[in-house]
Design a protein around this ligand. Structure first.
Ligand code: HSE
Length: 309
């Protein structure tokens, strides 16, 4: 195989109660990438469409992830990357994670799969580090593994894939204001009160248990965030109003997607997810903020190969 075209999906990190440790994979929105083997042992980026991003490999999340994987595998060739961005950078649905994970996935496939997708996570994280100045895996893990993923431990890295109930749907509204993850991390406190940590731990356990047992009510009750939302909500226009309206429309729960500005809601069934999307849109209709809405099932596979030759 000399060339591969892939779909690299968007993701929701944190999922309210799982700050930096929980993420889920979306099905209906993602980047397309084409990666080719080249003779020279280097990484080039020959085409980027959709958004203005750096072409130098060292300054591009996809390039940095590719370089770190190349350093480890030391292959006898280099790679050229084309990135067709459909996920807007700074959207809070894992734009950088899609590019970084997509590249390492594609290179691994082109080299005959020397590593498992789980083993690719640390290399994709190098891209996240460039983008957000933090080595978090809660977007890259669900891109590479699909489903929900739990980072049980960062040192050593221990990632657990968790199947979601069949009828669980995600609604996203992306109000188009820019929030950098690095900035949104600065508003977080450096330590958390014990009382809040106890609540968060309970909800985290509740959510995982609800996912395993398809207990939608338990999933809903557990979607609460004591760590990030209280500090980040004010960065997102209309957040409280959108959350309240989504809950009234029947969402199981609603919160900030990653570091925002996207807001996500989980619902039982597509019809409710659609209703939530309509209500979310209504909350922004009378503002001058543009927005996108995405409705998606949980993507159980992660990255998809579209073509290879
Ligand atoms: N866990 C990260 C954060 C996700 O909330 O800062 C960023 O997408």
């Amino acid at each position: 195989m000399n060339e591969i075209k892939i779909f690299s999906p968007a993701t929701v990190a944190n999922v309210s109660c799982g700050f930096d440790v929980l993420g889920l994979c979306l099905d209906t929105v993602g980047d397309e990438m084409i990666v080719k083997k080249i003779k020279n042992k280097k990484v080039t980026i020959s085409k980027i469409t959709g958004h203005d991003l750096p072409y130098e490999a060292e300054n591009n999340v996809a390039g940095v992830a590719a370089l770190s994987l190349m350093e480890y595998l030391n292959p006898n060739c280099g790679f050229d990357i084309e990135i067709h961005k459909k996920i807007k950078p700074g959207s809070g649905i894992g734009s950088s994670a899609a590019s970084a994970s997509g590249t390492v996935f594609a290179i691994n496939e082109l080299l005959g799969k020397p590593l498992t997708n789980k083993e690719l996570v640390p290399f994709a994280m190098k891209g996240e580090e460039l983008a957000s100045k933090a080595l978090h895996a809660d977007n890259v893990a669900p891109v590479l593994l699909g489903n929900f993923t739990l980072i049980r431990s960062y040192e050593p890295l221990d990632i657990i894939a968790i199947n979601a109930p069949n009828n669980l749907f995600v609604t996203i509204i992306h109000p188009q204001v820019a929030i950098k993850t690095s900035e949104a991390r600065k508003v977080m406190p450096t330590s958390i009160e014990l009382k809040k940590a106890i609540k968060q731990t309970g909800n985290m356990g509740g959510l995982i248990s609800g996912l395993f047992t398809s207990d939608y009510e338990l999933i809903g009750r557990s979607l609460q965030d004591e760590f990030a939302e209280p500090y980040r909500a004010s960065l997102i226009p209309n957040f409280n109003q959108t959350k309240q309206a989504s809950m009234e429309a029947g969402a199981l729960g609603c919160g900030i997607s990653g570091s925002g500005p996207s807001i996500f809601a989980l619902s039982k069934g597509k019809e409710t997810a659609q209703k939530v999307g309509n209500i979310m849109a209504k909350c922004f209709k009378n503002t001058d903020i543009e927005y996108d809405i995405h409705i998606s099932k949980i993507n159980t596979k992660g990255i998809k190969i579209l073509e290879s030759k």
